[in-house]
Design a protein around this ligand. Structure first.
Ligand code: ATP
Ligand code: MG
Length: 482
């Protein structure tokens, strides 16, 4: 076949054939256009086959017959057959001889969406010149999802759309780790939002913030030293079990005696203790840990809020004095979710700018423990109902042991061929030509592929119902004459 192009002109008569019932080839001589991802229908002798175009080459020279194998214009994948009621039978994939191929119409696409329980409308689906709703399968979020695209491609906006639909359409428990306060207004709907939707969004969302960023309605984002794992406590004190053998040993021995106590009690005891304990006290004070704003004291901790209800918790991670504070509170939340994994509460852990928490190079002991836990959730979380939804600009910024566990891909505009090639390697289920088309995506356009999509879809995200939080900073333009 000739090198593929994203869109080609083909003849009015297009025929397809399939020898194995799984893939098909098609040939043509001028007329409608098909591109990678387009949904098509082949009406073979006694069945209607639903298929998807994967690759399209150059149009054959004029005068060639559409039935001539030498004029093969493109290849596609058989999705299944459609019965008389429009229900998709994925198991049924009969081979077929040269049969007419046409664009799938709204009825066939609706049949596909019904048959795959795809009901979360996230935008508009572009296929074969037609437009219909792009509906995702809520049930397909029972695996990890990676949302990728270059800066400004619309990831955070699209994440907001996904969250709105998941909040309205499921009872999932959701935790949003939000580094830029982008989701702090996720419960506030715009004018014109239907009342029931506005009420559900408002009542299901709790927003936790630091003191410096807290606004009306927001609750404090806090954690408890005494509830942390021993490893996490040692990590905030930057104690290494090998490098700081004596101090680490004094630390865990004292905590074993005192039990689960808060930092103030631990510190008081250290100051009156052995020389090693007094050194520990100085270390903790030098690190400024007693001054951390994130300690809960009598307030509820984020882990209590997240695990105490079935709702949606937005953790605004900005505004703390010490960069380790937001990491520590995230660690406490994921540790607690993991500790309670046997309860099997379906939970979606959403991390925007996920390279901050899932990087290949964590900068400190708390970040390392958090990464270790997220790798564990990526590997084993599915069986406990703990699923990740991660957003980042580049696949290479995410730890490979996390990325390789993602089974859903949402790809927005992506310029870098290297990044597209890497996505192709990791997400083998996403058709190569559809991945490559992402270089031409407009803001808000996305490829949706994996278990959450009935088939790989190119879509434009719908408008958000809720207000965005932080937004791009505009360039202050000088008006002539002012
Ligand atoms: N579908 C859309 N409709 C309307 N506005 C959009 C849409 N997508 C993005 N925008 C706007 O474009 C700007 C950039 O979008 P967004 O913040 O979502 O990009 P991003 O991919 O998350 O970028 P970054 O990687 O830098 O965080 C925002 O101001 C947002 O409001
Ligand atoms: Mg963003």
């Amino acid at each position: 076949m000739c090198p593929s192009t994203s869109q080609s002109t083909v003849p009015s008569r297009v025929t397809a054939q399939s020898r194995d019932g799984r893939t098909f080839t098609f040939g043509a001589t001028g007329g409608p256009s098909y591109g990678p991802g387009d949904m098509v229908v082949v009406r073979a002798e006694d069945v209607t086959v639903l298929g998807q175009v994967l690759e399209v080459g150059e149009p054959p020279s004029s005068g060639a017959s559409a039935d001539d194998p030498a004029t093969t214009l493109g290849t596609g994948m058989v999705i299944g057959t459609l019965d008389a009621d429009g229900v998709l039978r994925r198991a049924s994939r009969p081979p077929f001889a040269s049969s007419p191929l046409t664009p799938a119409g709204p009825e066939e696409l609706a049949g596909l969406q019904r048959s795959t329980a795809a009901g979360l409308t996230v935008g508009t689906w572009h296929t074969a010149g037609d437009r219909t709703t792009a509906d995702l399968r809520a049930g397909g979020f029972n695996r990890h999802t990676f949302l990728c695209g270059q800066s400004g491609s619309g990831k955070t906006y699209a994440l907001g759309v996904l969250l709105e639909r998941l909040i309205l359409g499921t009872d999932l428990r959701v935790v949003v780790m939000d580094p830029n306060a982008d989701f702090v207004r996720l419960g506030e709907t715009k004018d014109g939002t239907p009342g029931t939707e506005a009420a559900r969004l408002a009542e299901r969302i709790r927003v936790l913030r630091s003191n410096s960023t807290r606004t009306e309605g927001a609750e404090p984002l806090r954690m408890r030293f005494r509830a942390m794992t021993r490893k996490a406590q040692a990590a905030v004190a930057q104690l290494d079990p090998v490098r700081d053998q004596d101090e680490y040993n004094a630390f865990i021995t004292l905590l074993a005696q005192l039990g689960d106590v808060d930092l103030g009690i631990l510190l008081g005891s250290m100051k009156e203790g052995t020389a090693a304990e007094q050194r520990l006290a100085r270390r903790i004070e030098n690190l400024g840990l007693p001054l951390w704003e994130v300690w809960a004291f009598d307030l509820p901790s984020a882990a209590d809020v997240v695990t105490g209800a079935q709702g949606v918790t937005v953790m605004d991670l900005g505004g703390f004095g010490d960069p380790a504070e937001p990491l520590a509170v995230c660690l406490e939340v994921v540790d607690e979710l993991w500790a309670q994994r046997d309860r099997r509460v379906p939970t979606l852990l959403v991390i925007d700018e996920a390279h901050n928490l899932c990087s290949t190079d964590p900068g400190n002991p708390v970040a390392q423990l958090l990464l270790d836990r997220l790798i564990q959730i990526a590997a084993e979380g599915r069986k406990y109902g703990l699923w990740l939804l991660l957003s980042s600009q580049r696949p290479s910024k995410i730890h490979p042991q996390i990325l390789s566990q993602c089974d859903n891909l949402m790809l927005m505009r992506m310029n870098s061929p290297d990044d597209i090639a890497e996505l192709g390697r990791v997400f083998g289920f996403a058709p190569q030509e559809m991945l490559r088309a992402s270089t031409g995506f407009l803001q808000g356009e996305a490829l949706l592929a994996g278990g959450f999509a009935p088939v790989p879809m190119r879509a434009t995200m719908r408008e958000r119902l809720t207000h965005e939080g932080g937004s791009d900073v505009a360039v202050p333009v000088v008006t002539p004459g002012s």
